[in-house]
Design a protein around this ligand. Structure first.
Ligand code: AMP
Ligand code: ZN
Length: 470
């Protein structure tokens, strides 16, 4: 365990606080997973990248982390209130497929994006549709305890039963638009404006594809109950840190706290970590308006996904970040220079362990200051300039990359690959020279062709045979 203290901004206290988990040395961490009705846009992925850095940093600092993430494959309506159509159903209609096919396809696409961005898979990934009996049980308990009521055949959470509902945000009752969108009618079943649906049965969506039997009739769960239930199922009643994008603060996380604490009867999660939005110059990033920015689109345009990860890491997670191709181009050249520089670090000498420990501590301190990723990258550059040997620099680069995950060590592997290639090509050229000397022109041509297939072109000059990559 490192000595460094970790400070994080906690949305619950609205302050930067020292992070102290419930159980010494262990962290129970939950992340709101994607709604799998479409590809993730790079804004969604900004949240997952920064949460990944947080998780890896906690591990770097010596904590044992258990991280759980849900996959929302039912119940997230097109408005974060209880209005509009289920996003999954809208996705299925758009593509003329079943909801489960859509869920499987986009879950897979999300995992592939995460892999490209070096985002570690959480220890547990649980689709909401796996947990229907657990949701039903939690809702039954909430009804028994008097925190929920049935109206118009739906089950609602009664927010008036809580002494404080707005623990995360400073919402004003009158500012709350229940319908959120103007074209949606207010739900007259609700006793209080802030009440929300735990279980839908009699909804206006007759065509809801996925329905399950429940004590309240055939229906489906609300979105918020998924995260309360899945997190408690895997992490127990005491959670250390809950993550998501800032748009999740209200109503999603506010409602999660309401349900979970009403269910377990005590404080649930101590730290709330929220990542601010990635925006375009026209405002919030969206899947329906403007260019739909995905990792694959960036790749098609020639950007390495690592460049996007670095783009995110150069800004603080609590600040809004504006995306532009010009800004990404600048980061692409920064990344290229960094990799080139690392390629020039020969594998020589012994690691100086004292110097390494000193820089590891500096790196940990930078991140311990509310996950200041750009300061951590400055420590990387300072270290590369420092008067320490190359073996130590290589060692530290690899250590820092356990958290940054910018593919930095691939520079060392490429260098090794290059060395191997050079000796192979030189050996083949020598064999070809011998073959020609022995007038075995067939063998000489064969070697030329074989190298050509491998992307190597030979040029015979008076000084000998030169080679280059195609
Ligand atoms: P969703 O798939 O809509 O449930 O969102 C997945 C995650 O992305 C959630 O944590 C959201 O809070 C987050 N998110 C949504 N839009 C953005 C954005 N523009 N920038 C950063 N994170 C976002
Ligand atoms: Zn959630």
């Amino acid at each position: 365990m490192m000595k460094t203290k970790i400070y994080l901004y906690n949305t619950l206290s609205k302050k930067v606080e020292e992070f102290i988990p419930n159980e010494e040395g262990k962290v129970a961490m939950y992340t709101c997973g994607p709604t799998v009705y479409h590809y993730a846009h790079i804004g969604n992925l900004r949240s997952y990248i920064m949460e990944d850095v947080l998780e890896k940093y906690l591990r770097f600092a010596g904590y044992e982390v258990k991280r759980v993430m849900n996959i929302t494959d039912v119940g997230h309506l097109s408005s974060d209130g209880d209005t509009g159509e289920d996003k999954m159903l809208a996705g299925a209609k758009r593509e003329h497929k079943s909801v489960m096919d859509i869920a499987a396809y986009y879950t897979d696409a999300f995992m592939k994006d995460c892999e490209k961005l070096c985002i570690k898979k959480p220890d547990v990934i649980e689709p909401a549709t796996n947990c229907i009996p657990e949701f039903i049980h939690m809702i039954e308990v909430l009804l028994e305890k008097g925190y929920a009521y049935i109206a118009g055949d739906n089950v609602y959470f009664d927010t008036s039963k809580l002494t404080r509902y707005y623990v995360l945000s400073a919402q004003k009752e009158e500012e709350l638009q229940v319908g959120v969108r103007e074209d949606v009618n207010e739900d007259t079943n609700k006793k209080n404006k802030t009440d929300f649906v735990l279980w839908f049965t009699k909804s206006k969506f007759d065509n809801q594809e996925l329905k399950w039997d429940s004590p309240w009739g055939m229906g489906y769960p609300g979105w918020h109950i998924e995260c309360s239930c899945i997190s408690i199922k895997h992490l127990g009643e005491y959670m250390d840190i809950h993550c998501g994008g800032v748009d999740n603060i209200f109503p999603h996380h506010t409602n999660e706290i309401a349900q979970s604490e009403a269910y377990i009867g005590h404080k649930w999660c101590n730290y709330w970590f929220h990542v601010n939005h990635l925006n375009t110059k026209n405002g919030k990033m969206s899947k329906s308006k403007g260019e739909f920015l995905t990792v694959s689109l960036l790749e098609e345009k020639g950007y390495d996904p690592m460049v996007y990860r670095l783009f995110c890491l150069l800004s603080h997670y609590r600040k809004p970040l504006e995306f532009s191709y010009e800004a990404l181009d600048n980061v692409a050249s920064v990344y290229e220079k960094l990799i080139k520089r690392l390629k020039n670090l020969p594998e020589e000498g012994e690691v100086e362990m004292d110097a390494a420990a000193e820089y590891e501590e500096k790196f940990a301190e930078a991140l311990g200051n509310d996950i200041n990723t750009s300061s951590a990258i400055t420590v990387l550059y300072d270290m590369l300039k420092a008067d320490i040997n190359d073996a130590t620099k290589r060692y530290l680069t690899a250590r820092f990359d356990e958290v940054l995950s910018l593919g930095l060590t691939k520079a060392f592997e490429q260098e090794k690959e290059d060395e191997n290639l050079v000796s192979y090509v030189e050996q083949m050229i020598e064999e070809r020279r011998q073959a020609k000397k022995e007038k075995n022109f067939a063998r000489a041509d064969e070697i030329r062709e074989k190298l050509s297939e491998q992307g190597i072109v030979l040029k015979d000059t008076r000084e000998g045979t030169l080679w280059s990559r195609k």
